[in-house]
Structures are given as C-alpha cells and as structure tokens.
Design a protein around this ligand. Structure first.
Ligand code: TYD
Ligand code: MG
Length: 450
C-alpha cells in the first residue's frame, strides 16, 4: 500500500489515516472509504489553476453589478445592494424574523425587476402566501416554491433561472445521495456547497437562511460561514420590537455594518434614526445612566448604558451584563479599582444597554465606566453629556475613530457636551469637548467635586 493512501468519510468529507467502522468527525457508520491520493489521479486537462501576475489581472477585474432593493437598512448592510452571483447567509434565532425580512426583501427586489424565487422548506406555499398577504406583498411578482429535496431545487433553479433565490432554511434541505438526516452537519454543509456552487456557475445570487441552534444535533449557520461571500446575523430581544441586522463578514463591503428594523403587526419597518429610538425612553437623568456616542459600521448610533450597583449578599458578588461583553466589564471594574481608586468589592454590578441594542465597540469603555461610577456614587451625570473612549489596562484613554461623526450625531439629538479621549486633530464642532487623558482624570473631573 502506498504510504500516502488516505481514507475519507463520504458523509462529512473528513480524512483519516486509517480505516474504521465509524467516522470520528461526524459519527456516521460505514462511510469511510479509501481515497486515491490526488497526486496519483490523472492530471488536469486545461490550464486551470495557473498562476497569473497580479499586474495582468488588475485591468481586467470589474466590480460585479449590484441591485438595490429599496430597503435601505438592508442595502447598506449588504455593502450597497445585492451583488450579482453572490452567496449570502442570514443567521438568527428561530422566530426572530428572518423569513419575514427575506420575504419583504424578495418582494422589493422582484418589484424592482429582479427575477426572484423564494423557496421555503419550512412552510407550504399557501402559508408563505398567507404571510405575504398579511405583509401586503401580494402584488409583487415574486415566485414561491415549497421544497426540501436539493435535486428538485436545483432542477427548478435551472429551469426558472432566477437572478435571486432565497432558500429558507438551509437546515431543511437534504441531498438524497447522503445518508445523514436533514439538519445534520454533513447535510447542511453539502447542501450549502451544492447551492452556492450551482448559483455561482449559473450567475444566480442566493440567500441562505440558517437557524442558530443551541442543540448539537442540528448544525448551525457557523458550518456554512466560510462558503459564502457575506454573513449577516439578524438579532434582537424577543421582549423588544427592535431587530438588528449585522454583517459579520462581507466580501463586497464593510463588515460590522448594522441595519435597524422594528417588528410591527405588518412586518418589519425600517428605523432610519436608531439613536432617537434607543434614547426615546430616557426620562430625567438618573444615577447609573450614561449616553454612549458609538459607531456601528459606517454609521453613528447613540445608546444608553444603565448600571445598577448594590451591596452584595453573596460571597462572590454578581456581575450581570445584557448587550455588552461580560469579560470587558470585568476588565473595566479592575481598571477602575487599580487606576482610579474606585473599588467594587462586595458590590453586585448589573449593566444593561437600553432598547435591546448590543454594543461591540471598545470605545464604549468610558461610557460603561461612567455608568458604573454614577451608580456607585448615586450621582446622575448631566443629561447633556455624551461619552466615548477606549480604556487601556494602564487607565489611559485611547482615541476612537470618527470623532466628527459621533459629535454630529450627538448634536443632532440635542446634546451639548462630549467627554472623549484627547485627540491631536482639531475637530470642528458645535459641541463642547471635554478631553481626558486617563480614567483618573475623568473620575476627578466628573465626580471629584461631589
Ligand atoms: P419569522 O419571520 O417567521 O421568524 P424566523 O423566520 O426567523 O423563524 O417571524 C416570526 C415572528 O415574527 C413571529 O413570532 C410573529 C412575528 N411577526 C410579527 O410580529 N409581525 C408580522 O407581520 C410577521 C409576519 C411576523
Ligand atoms: Mg422562518
């Protein structure tokens, strides 16, 4: 036997050095077969895979055409509309509104002249039609299909030749050539692979829906992320109407862009001014509240951090966070204690971002610190202040990008003062800037006089 003979699992594609009855990777039985090493197979015929100097390529590459849906919050997150022959994954918790969003988007694309096919593996065509009726989309020329067998879907795509196909959801699709159950890792991976490859060669854009699952039996969207050009997540709190569409990977535009929607009785409505929405329930300034002037993708978004600090009855005081990173909170608490002399020992700490927003930017550090100290001191911050700045372990404040955009948004919403890290570049603004070098300066300047 040649030394480099390998064995491959026909269900999940994993390679093994020796044969066994069960694949260690996917757990399937009797799927391992001997694979002939690539080097011993017949040589490729054409010049495929040949290297071409970058300088020769530069002039030939053209940006692929894009189509605007008219749903601005979606178009922006896609990087300026839907790219032709692209593969997109839309992930999210079950029931968050993925089907609603895509049916609405499909209808808009179709009305704009894009030949669109919506394939549901979860609902019968009649059910999708009822939903469309409820959303007021029945006038739209979008074609519907209900199917889960991939062979039938590929045939339909080949006959219909749509420009956009929505597959809802990838976990319901199955290949009859695989033994595994629909929703298993091998089925999800193989179905996504077939669909994206087929779509690329035929010039069809596909949007795959993927449910985020906590159960290991069903494969989540993560197993497909690397196969597609764009990965979007639809997230939100069931208790709130707001939904955030977030791009986490985008070959055709900036990642970490967000779109904001509101779930209404008649589907998803776009939220054009998220800052106003996230700050809408702010009453008179209370201790523990701080307004963060953040940037999400290319857009400024203001939101409110709320903190509650109380003596703890527990040996290990609680640290509870909603809408922000828990380990980042632990770091801020440690820095406040070590560098600014504000200890939180023996105190329970609760931190929340109002309105169901989830903040990922490190520049939120100073706003979090402000909310925490304000809660601890039982002293409200001035209602006219917005705050941002990243805190380093030394306690120094690092400048954050897009100062002017943050200031403009804050001014638009009626704030008059910004607390921010020192910047070298002068900024033109109608707002008063209070620039700070480190955390202890900040504590002294804002809470020192109390
Ligand atoms: P859905 O799009 O089916 O979620 P997903 O595809 O992510 O599983 O949305 C389901 C929820 O949205 C459901 O709880 C009802 C709610 N909803 C509305 O509030 N208004 C509407 O117009 C629609 C269509 C759904
Ligand atoms: Mg659905």
């Amino acid at each position: 036997m040649p030394k480099d003979t390998a064995f491959r699992c026909t269900a999940c594609g994993a390679s093994h050095s020796k044969w066994s009855g069960q694949c260690e990777t996917c757990g399937a039985w009797n799927t391992i077969e001997e694979a002939q090493p690539l080097s011993e197979r017949p040589k490729a015929l054409s010049g495929r895979g040949k290297a071409i100097p970058l300088t020769d390529l530069a002039t030939k590459a053209e940006a692929p055409p894009r189509t605007i849906s008219g749903v601005e919050e979606l178009d922006r997150v896609l990087g300026g509309g839907l790219t032709a022959a692209s593969a997109t994954l839309l992930g999210g918790d079950p029931g968050i509104g993925k089907s609603t969003l895509l049916l609405q988007a499909a209808a808009r694309f179709a009305r704009g002249g894009l030949k669109t096919l919506y394939i549901s593996g979860e609902e019968a065509t009649a059910q999708v039609q009822m939903r469309a009726e409820r959303l007021g989309l029945t006038e739209s020329p979008v074609a519907l299909a209900s199917e889960t067998n991939l062979r039938d879907i590929l045939t339909t795509l080949d006959q219909e030749r749509p420009q956009l196909a929505v597959i809802d959801s990838i976990q319901t699709m199955w290949l009859d050539t695989l033994d595994a159950a629909p929703g298993s890792v091998s089925q999800v991976r193989a179905a996504a692979h077939e669909l994206t490859n087929f779509a690329k060669t035929r010039g069809i854009s596909v949007i795959l829906v993927g449910h985020v699952t906590k159960d290991g039996q069903i494969a989540g969207p993560r197993v497909v992320e690397h196969m597609v050009d764009t990965v979007l997540y639809f997230e939100g709190d069931r208790g709130h109407q707001f939904r955030l569409l977030r791009s986490v990977k985008n070959r055709f535009g900036p990642a970490s862009e967000i779109g904001v929607f509101e779930m209404t009785g008649r589907g998803l409505a776009e939220v054009k001014n998220p800052s106003a929405l996230f700050l809408s329930h702010r009453g008179t300034p209370a201790p523990g509240s701080a307004v963060f002037a953040g940037i999400e993708g290319t857009r400024p978004v203001l939101c409110e951090f709320q903190a509650l600090v109380a003596p703890s009855p527990h040996a290990n005081p609680r640290r509870t966070v909603v809408g922000w990173d828990g380990s980042r909170l632990a770091m801020i608490l440690a820095v406040l204690e070590a560098r600014a002399g504000v200890p939180f020992t023996g105190l329970d700490v609760y931190l929340n971002v109002a309105g169901g927003m989830r903040v990922t930017e490190p520049a939120a550090d100073l706003a979090v610190a402000a909310a925490l100290i304000s809660a601890r001191e039982d002293a409200a911050l001035p209602a006219t202040h917005v705050i941002w700045g990243e805190i380093s372990l030394s306690g120094a404040l690092r400048p954050a990008p897009q100062t002017e955009n943050r200031l403009k948004e804050a001014q638009k919403l009626g704030f008059s003062t910004a607390i921010a890290p020192e910047t070298k570049k002068p900024v033109q603004t109608g707002l008063k800037m209070r620039q700070m070098a480190d955390v202890s300066d900040f504590v002294e300047a804002i809470f020192g006089s109390r």
